[in-house]
Write a new protein. Structure first.
Length: 335
């Protein structure tokens, strides 16, 4: 694990060096966690999720999966933990606000029947993932946004909550002194929890939720609530989700493409890597832009890949409960 402080100011650093990572995350662990099963059997149940906050989220998801619960229930319960954690400043309650001081949330959920639900630009609701599930289950629509999403949530029994914690407010007020905007995504200041699960029945589901980029323009929506960008599930093939600068993920329909690449025979990690390379090719002059993907296929094989070092994922299955550093395309050049 890298020194925590190394990741804090990455966005302020200058040029980057292009280095292909040789320490493939899934090969550097003590128990040879490759994400690809040696016996080509199926690992199920299994859950994977983004960043360090995935550890606590996976625990809640695993409690459901190990009792033969559904992947859908597991991913919802899992990411709700992160949404309700006031110390987490990138998801749900306690998320950093937009430049005007509003905490605005995006989330989506998708199941093995290709049912999906999403909320975007939702304010005042602690668990947007559960509102997204209600959109999926109780409406003929996929996506509700803004005031309409809030009204639907309140009508559905969700409580109005002040999401701006003192800690987030202090950070925003400090930022206001310079109001120098730059998306910064790294291990400390990451942006999303994405979670993918395969249950004992062999069904896949995924969830993705975020407060979006800190100090974004009011009204900005990222990739996280967009089915096909922040999350995609096809129960015939696999599932994928994204973290990082949402605009870049939307431009390539990142998660849907990863699932298609797996359909064509790529391993989860190969598919994630190809989409990272595609994003880099389409953003040749972008510096310091982090994007990470995770993917899980029908056999319970998983993979992850990011533009920059520092992305990590949480994994739980019957044998493993661990954090894994993702493979990456570039090292930060701090000189
Ligand atoms: N990936 C989250 C966002 O860009 O809002």
């Amino acid at each position: 694990m890298k020194d925590r402080r190394e990741f804090i100011k990455i966005g302020a650093l200058g040029t980057v060096g292009l280095l292909t990572n040789t320490a493939c995350a899934q090969n550097d662990s003590e128990d040879n966690t490759t994400g690809v099963l040696e016996d080509k059997g199926t690992t199920k149940p299994i859950v994977v999720s983004t960043w360090n906050h995935g550890e606590a989220a996976n625990k809640a998801a695993w409690e459901i999966l190990e009792k033969n619960g559904t992947a859908l229930d597991a991913v919802e319960a899992g990411v709700r933990v992160t949404e309700s954690d006031p110390e987490n400043m990138t998801v749900g309650l306690g998320g950093l606000p937009d430049r005007d001081g509003n905490v605005t949330l995006d989330a989506c959920i998708m199941d093995h029947q290709s049912r999906c639900g999403s909320v975007a630009f939702l304010q005042h609701i602690e668990n947007p993932i559960s509102v997204a599930r209600k959109v999926m289950e109780d409406t003929p629509h996929v996506m509700l946004a803004g005031q309409g999403a809030l009204e639907f949530a309140l009508q559905s029994g969700f409580k109005k909550t002040d999401l701006l914690t003192e800690k987030a407010k202090d950070a925003w007020q400090k930022w206001l002194k310079k109001a120098d905007y730059k998306p910064v995504i790294n291990r400390e200041n990451h942006d999303t929890i994405g979670m993918l699960a395969l249950d004992a029945e062999g069904n896949l589901s995924g969830a993705c939720t975020t407060s979006g980029l800190a100090y974004k323009m009011h009204g900005r929506v990222g990739d996280s609530p967009i089915i096909g960008a922040g999350l995609f599930v096809d129960n015939e093939v696999g599932a994928a989700c994204a973290t990082g600068v949402g605009e870049a993920v939307i431009r390539v329909a990142g998660s849907a493409m990863i699932v298609e690449l797996m359909r064509q025979g790529k391993s989860p990690e190969e598919a994630c890597k190809e989409m990272v390379k595609r994003i880099l090719a389409k953003h040749p002059s972008e510096k310091d832009m982090q994007v990470g993907f995770i993917a899980l296929n029908k056999n319970g094989e998983f993979g992850c890949y990011s533009i920059y070092e520092g992305f990590n994922i949480a994994l739980n299955d019957n044998k493993r409960n661990k954090m894994i550093d993702a493979s990456y395309e570039k090292k930060w050049d701090r000189n």
